[in-house]
Design a protein around this ligand. Structure first.
Ligand SMILES: [Zn+2]
Length: 142
C-alpha cells in the first residue's frame, strides 16, 4: 500500500463536506439517503447508516423537528427571493410574487427536505458528534 493511500484513509472528511454530501454525522462515510433512479426528486432515507449502523432517527418522530428547520430555510429563501424579485423587476403585482415564490418553493422542496434533516443531525442535535473510531471500519467487519 502506498503512503498516499494511507493518508487518504486516515484523514477524516471535513464536516461541511460530509454535510454537503449528506453523509452520516457519526462516521461521515455512510449515506443518509438511498441512491434512487430519480435522485433528488424521490428521496428515501436510510433508517441506519450502512457504514457504522448508527440509527438516524434517534427517537420516534425525531424528524418532526426537521420541519422547523425546513420552515426556517423556506422563510430565509422566500424573503431573499422576494427582495431579489423586487430589485430585478420593481413590480408591485402580487401575482408575480405569488408565482415566483410558489414556483421556487416547489422547486426547492427536495433540497429543503434533504438539508433540513442534514442540518438537524449535524448541528442541532446535542451529543451527536463525529466519531473517528466509527469511521475506521464498517460495522459489518467489526
Ligand atoms: Zn455512519
Amino acid at each position: 500500500m502506498s503512503s498516499k493511500e494511507n493518508t487518504a484513509e486516515l484523514k477524516p472528511v471535513s464536516e461541511l463536506n460530509a454535510a454537503f454530501h449528506a453523509k452520516c454525522p457519526k462516521c461521515r462515510k455512510g449515506d443518509m439517503f438511498q441512491k434512487t433512479p430519480l435522485g433528488f426528486l424521490k428521496q428515501k432515507m436510510n433508517t441506519k447508516c450502512p457504514y457504522c449502523n448508527f440509527q438516524f432517527e434517534i427517537e420516534p418522530g425525531y424528524f418532526y423537528v426537521a420541519m422547523f428547520v425546513s420552515y426556517g430555510m423556506v422563510v430565509a429563501e422566500m424573503v431573499t427571493l422576494a427582495i431579489g424579485t423586487y430589485i430585478l423587476t420593481s413590480s408591485e403585482s402580487p401575482w408575480l410574487y405569488l408565482g415566483v415564490l410558489l414556483g421556487v418553493a416547489l422547486l426547492l422542496s427536495p433540497f429543503n427536505y434533504r438539508y433540513s434533516r442534514v442540518i438537524l443531525l449535524f448541528w442541532l442535535t446535542p451529543n451527536l458528534h463525529f466519531d473517528p473510531k466509527k469511521a475506521e471500519k464498517p460495522f459489518s467487519e467489526l
